[in-house]
Write a protein that binds this ligand. Structure first.
Ligand code: FMN
Length: 190
């Protein structure tokens, strides 16, 4: 799969088939994660791959926004040492895992880590030494049904060239089209 295809196809999946994900695939996902960019090339990450049903079920009970972990075949817990850019580094690794999963036909969902009230409990549960942050928990499994990416904000709505152009927040697509046309024809674009 081409990179842009994976980016377009990736979406959060919260329902999974009762079918294991091969170890080699989980290793490939972590391999994708570890290849992410990191500030100052510190690579502060560690990845805990959970495949034991009882741990997945315990996390489903502990993590209010990750109850569907009780269906997932695996969960990749992304941790980072508490360095200056831990959150950016860990998030880059997480996104790599999501895109690599899409490439393999796997469904995933990014479950929040940092800032969540359960973070300390998750770290303790996994025997993580002091000095590490919980970045994310990626639920992994075979999607139970075919689904597509949610509607995203349009390119025209989010792109700015050379300076930030303040745009009125208008949801009516007809008005958006007229405004986009007007912006395209504005003197600064000619
Ligand atoms: C930092 C972050 C934290 C998230 N935490 C959760 C979460 O705890 N539980 C959940 O079900 N989804 C979580 N998500 C997934 C988002 O809900 C999802 O990406 C969003 O609804 C857009 O849908 P999409 O992923 O299908 O494009 C999180 C996503 C990000 C980036």
């Amino acid at each position: 799969m081409q990179t842009f295809d994976a980016i377009e196809k990736r979406h959060s999946t919260r329902e999974y088939k009762d079918r294991p994900v091969p170890k080699e695939m989980l290793e490939a996902l972590v391999d994708a994660g570890r290849r992410a960019p990191s500030a100052r090339a510190i690579e502060p990450w560690e990845f805990v791959v959970i495949t034991e049903r009882k741990i997945l079920d315990a996390f489903a009970a502990l993590i209010s926004t990750g109850t569907f972990l009780n269906q997932a075949s695996a969960c990749i817990v992304v941790l980072c040492e508490d360095v200056k850019y831990y959150l950016e580094d860990g998030s880059a690794a997480t996104e790599n895992i999501l895109l690599a999963s899409t490439d393999l036909g796997l469904g995933t969902c990014w479950i929040a880590g940092d800032k969540k009230e359960y973070a300390a409990d998750v770290l303790k549960f996994l025997d993580v030494p002091d000095g590490y942050k919980l970045i994310s928990l990626v639920a992994v499994g075979w999607p139970a049904r075919a689904s597509h990416q949610h509607k995203k904000r349009k390119l025209d709505e989010v792109i700015h060239w050379n300076r930030f152009v303040k745009r009125p927040v208008i949801k009516d697509p007809r008005v958006c089209r007229i405004l986009a046309e007007a912006e395209k024809n504005s003197p600064s674009k000619k």
